[in-house]
Design a binder for this molecule. Structure first.
Ligand SMILES: [Zn+2]
Length: 325
């Protein structure tokens, strides 16, 4: 079975082409849509977003197709009808997420929900659809709330995600790879193999020294180098930024140690940020403008690049239900 849910329908994993595994059309904190300071007209949203997606499509031509995994999830500005129109006009496959960026971005309605309730919500969005859009989510987002420690609600969301992943076969990606022991315990208790989970942002500047890479690797988890481009060399870098060279060397260590199948890379950029100015000059196209040239200069060949952005991603995104449900 090699099917993947995109916002325009279910396709074969072989059709994904080059995949940016963790990106955003727009991401904002819950409620930002109510703040008049940040209201954007549809014209502005399209104007900010379409050229970046067109460029992404153009950059992926050597791979034959482009896939953009939208990592926003519930409550942070997810807008499925908008994604559908963007995908339709630009030709970029867009995979939408169910789940939450972290417990601290779940609105009070979901904050009080049980594991069973959350599981049903995620399963519904993956198998029936999101709202009345007809589009099914293709991946489940979970995360660690601010403070680098998993909170009770985070754990409830992780457990619901593990159950929904087993039932539907959709993979899980996490916001942050810190405090991974409780997460690994939950996945083990729920019988979810860790190759179905991408522990994200393992490359960001603020997580260094706080991630138990050895334990994650031993568990078979995938490690996300998914904040490529948030460089301290930018004129106005974000607090999670890191020196470009340091991130690259960290990534190369994994590749040179033969761990290419356990890593995934992306830029985590926002096409049109919601309720915040975003990070100027950073887009998904950083992958082509900076990351791939940097990797090639270090002797990383096309086969390994294809492994990272085509084969690993297709294998991860393909729906793989467990337990015959
Ligand atoms: Zn993100």
């Amino acid at each position: 079975m090699t099917r993947v849910n995109t916002v325009l329908g279910t396709i074969s994993a072989a059709e994904l082409g080059f995949v940016a595994i963790h990106e955003h059309i727009g991401y904002g904190m819950p409620g930002c849509e109510l703040d008049s300071r940040w209201w954007k007209t549809p014209e502005v949203r399209y104007e900010e977003t379409v050229p970046k997606l067109r460029k992404f499509h153009e950059n992926t031509q050597p791979w034959g197709a482009a896939t953009f995994v939208e990592a926003t999830g519930i409550c942070n500005g997810r807008d499925i009808d908008y994604y559908k129109s963007l995908s339709d006009k630009t030709g970029v496959h867009i995979v939408a997420s169910t789940g939450f960026v972290g417990g601290d971005t779940a609105l009070p309605f979901f904050e009080r929900a049980s594991v069973e309730y959350l599981t049903d919500q995620f399963v519904h969005e993956i198998t029936v659809g999101i709202g009345n859009t007809g589009a099914k989510a293709g991946i489940i987002k979970v995360g660690v709330s601010r403070g680098f420690k998993m909170k009770e609600l985070d754990k409830r969301i992780y457990r619901a995600a593990a159950r929904a992943s087993r039932i539907t076969g959709a993979p899980i990606f996490t916001h942050l790879a810190v405090d991974s022991h409780p997460a690994l315990d939950i996945f083990e208790e729920e019988g979810l193999p860790c190759h179905r989970v991408l522990f994200g942002h393992a490359d960001d500047g603020v997580s260094q020294g706080k991630i138990d890479e050895k334990v994650l690797l031993a568990a078979g988890a995938r490690i996300g180098f998914d904040t490529f481009g948030y460089d301290l060399e930018l004129p106005d870098p974000p607090f999670w930024g890191r020196h470009r060279r340091e991130r690259l060397e960290h990534f190369l260590r994994f590749l040179r140690e033969g761990l290419v199948k356990q890593v995934l890379a992306s830029a985590d950029a926002n096409c049109s940020p919601l309720g915040w100015p975003g990070v100027k000059g950073h887009t998904v196209n950083y992958l082509f403008e900076q990351s791939l040239p940097d990797l090639r200069e270090e002797g990383i060949d096309d086969a390994m690049i294809d492994q990272l952005f085509v084969h690993n991603t297709a294998d991860f995104l393909a729906l793989q239900p467990i337990g015959g449900q």
